[in-house]
Design a protein around this ligand. Structure first.
Ligand SMILES: Cc1cc2nc3c(=O)[nH]c(=O)nc-3n(C[C@H](O)[C@H](O)[C@H](O)COP(=O)(O)O)c2cc1C
Length: 285
């Protein structure tokens, strides 16, 4: 006879896992407990990793990640994205340089570059002799960029489910034309971000980074900022605690926002992006 699972023990395990996951993500400001399962546990354990072991990925990993990416929703099923997989060390070194010297791009065995891609659908138009009028609009560029982001995030979750680590590289937008040239991108395509994939180097797994309390981001029926000042202050304390746990210089979220969104120089050249995107073949009307 099969042994029945010990229900109270299983429930206790689920409750303990949920509590630990929520505390790691929110510190003191944990939201009320809700339904829980292993998928949620995986999602809440996400962290970006910036140092990789040289170990290769198991055969078929790339294709599995892309299958996960292609399983994401896509606006009107246009599938307006592509991904370029880069493993060549020389290319990765160059891409790391374009990204302001981010060494993890060189270290990771697989660097994925996610492309907002209207070129394929333009080719459909060219073959049918139909002018793709909508391709010229900002809306359609957004469709492609959002599609790419949704696909990439599915790939991230898939990678994490396989004990792989990742970090997004928005700095692919520092020099998009150089990236386009290296990858041979046609007009109406743009590398919107990169993604390092690999096994975390020993000790580099990092810890879950706390997020803003839910009451700062979740509103019922109507947007509101009533308690925001206190909520942000509490979060700054959580982020300070996080930096201490990570043995990093004590940082606050507010300071980071001011530094990243204050001076134009922090945009690292991306303040010129509109003109660059237009030159890449997206008129952005
Ligand atoms: C679109 C995007 C671009 C990012 N670009 C970079 C980057 O260029 N370099 C980097 O080290 N981290 C980058 N990150 C990672 C964020 O810094 C990280 O997700 C954030 O600090 C939260 O930390 P966590 O992912 O560990 O929870 C990027 C994340 C996103 C979503």
């Amino acid at each position: 006879m099969t042994k029945q699972p010990d229900q109270p023990a299983a429930q206790q395990h689920i409750a303990a896992d949920r509590q630990a996951s929520l505390v790691a993500r929110y510190g003191a400001a944990i939201p009320p407990a809700g339904p829980w399962n292993d998928h949620l546990s995986l999602l809440l354990s996400h962290r970006s990793v910036r140092a990789y072991a040289p170990d290769p990925l198991p055969a078929g990993t790339l294709e599995t990640l892309v299958a996960a990416g292609q399983s994401a929703a896509t606006s009107s099923n246009l599938q307006a994205w592509s991904v370029v997989a880069v493993t060549d060390p020389v290319k990765k070194a160059k891409l790391a340089e374009y990204a302001g010297g981010q060494k993890h791009i060189e270290q990771c065995p697989l660097f994925l570059i996610w492309i907002a891609d209207l070129a394929r659908n333009q080719r459909v138009g060219a073959e049918a002799d139909v002018e793709m009028e909508s391709a010229a609009y900002l809306e359609t560029f957004l469709v492609a960029a959002i599609d790419a982001a949704l696909a990439a995030q599915n790939a991230v979750i898939a990678a994490e489910s396989l004990d792989l680590s990742t970090v997004y590289i928005g700095a692919m937008r520092n020099q998009p034309e150089a990236v386009a040239e290296m990858l041979g991108l046609p007009p109406a395509t743009m590398a919107v971000f990169g993604l390092c994939v690999g096994y975390a180097a020993a000790g580099a797994e990092g810890q879950v980074k706390p997020r803003l309390p839910q009451s700062a981001v979740l509103f019922e029926e109507r947007y509101g900022v009533a308690d925001e000042t206190q909520l942000r202050a509490a979060y700054d304390v959580e982020m300070g605690n996080f930096s201490r746990r990570q043995n990093m210089p004590v940082d606050s979220w507010s300071a980071r926002v001011l530094e990243r969104m204050g001076p134009i120089k922090s945009m690292k050249g991306r303040d010129r992006l509109k003109e660059i995107i237009r030159r890449l073949g997206f008129p952005l009307r």
